[in-house]
Design a protein around this ligand. Sequence first.
Ligand SMILES: NC(=O)c1ccc[n+]([C@@H]2O[C@H](COP(=O)([O-])OP(=O)(O)OC[C@H]3O[C@@H](n4cnc5c(N)ncnc54)[C@H](OP(=O)(O)O)[C@@H]3O)[C@@H](O)[C@H]2O)c1
Length: 354
Amino acid sequence: MARKNLTFHLAERPKGNIVPGKTFNLVETDAPTASDLKDGQILVENIYLSLDPAMRTWLYDIRSYVPPVAIGEKMRGGSIARVLATKSAKAKEGEYVYAGSGWTEVAVVGDAEFEPIVLPKGTQITDAIGAAGMTGMTAYFGLTDIGKPKAGETVVVSGAAGATGSVVGQIAKINGARVIGLAGSDDKCKVLTEELGFDVALNYKSPTFAEDFVKATPDYIDVYWDNVGGDILEKALARAATKSRFVMCGSISRYNGLEKESPGIRNLFVVVTQRVRMEGFIVTDFRDRYPEAKKQLGQWIAEGKLKSKETIVKGGIKVADVAISNLFEGGNTGKLLVEVKPIDQGNENSRSLL
Ligand SMILES: NC(=O)c1ccc[n+]([C@@H]2O[C@H](COP(=O)([O-])OP(=O)(O)OC[C@H]3O[C@@H](n4cnc5c(N)ncnc54)[C@H](OP(=O)(O)O)[C@@H]3O)[C@@H](O)[C@H]2O)c1
């Protein structure tokens, strides 16, 4: 009997939050097979689907860094996938790859859309999508090329307990900086200071956050990592040191309302008075240097200098449209993934064997 395949297609452009069962249609078809492959393609089954805040921004019909997902199109996304069949010299059957295979179970993927996973011993396969993958590389390039923290400088990271922020803070510590993480719960703050080595962690939802933030930054902020935008960015601007660097990585507090005009950012004149450099970037700007980042991040993880955190939602591909709300409600610590298929099912490899 033909294998069945569940796939999410964009049904409508949401206003506000993604609505499970409404924003996307979950469609069942026959799965593609090895006989569908052309030269340079592989057939994969997704194991872990990456859920990313940027996915919400791809649902708007606005000018961005990538074209919007079209109505009726398969939802775009990156996964760790297992190769079921291959007509590509880049991958063998049974290997795991990082693939842009989308919100589906089984897909045909071209040479340009996947990379073999190469990780040192002491890492786990999900690192290829998290701390040594796209979000880890975002932290690596944003810090090494834009933030450039020096030993003794104060680095403040917003969204600090998330996939990108948790790596940013740890790399800043490796560079000898004093690191302050901002996160949305006391439990997340505990993870930052007790597990990940941050010097200070502040809960931005606490009623005393404004005073706590001023007290924690007596020498002002040398590097601010912006994952969230909004009033936290405004507070950080008010504490910017002379010649500080603001690494503009994301603005998640706005992603559910991008169709509305931005309310603006207060305290922007500080950029002039303190000669602040604010620079945005997209990780793909550094595509040519991915091997350098993966190697360094993998090495740090293997040496125990970089700890990878992840939140894995089980239940198969069908839970993806519910699971993504974790990103906007603070439900994840570290990298948010959906387990599309248990990795041990049907093959002898396991995450810990890598
Ligand atoms: N420029 C690039 O190339 C690039 C690449 C990857 C990611 N990014 C950006 O980096 C940011 C983090 O992405 P990620 O994948 O690492 O996700 P993540 O941080 O693992 O997850 C998102 C976190 O954001 C926090 N958050 C949600 N709404 C918020 C709000 N209104 N105010 C403050 N915090 C809020 C939540 O944590 P709390 O519990 O702490 O609220 C949530 O857990 C996003 O803005 C994303 O777009 C940019």
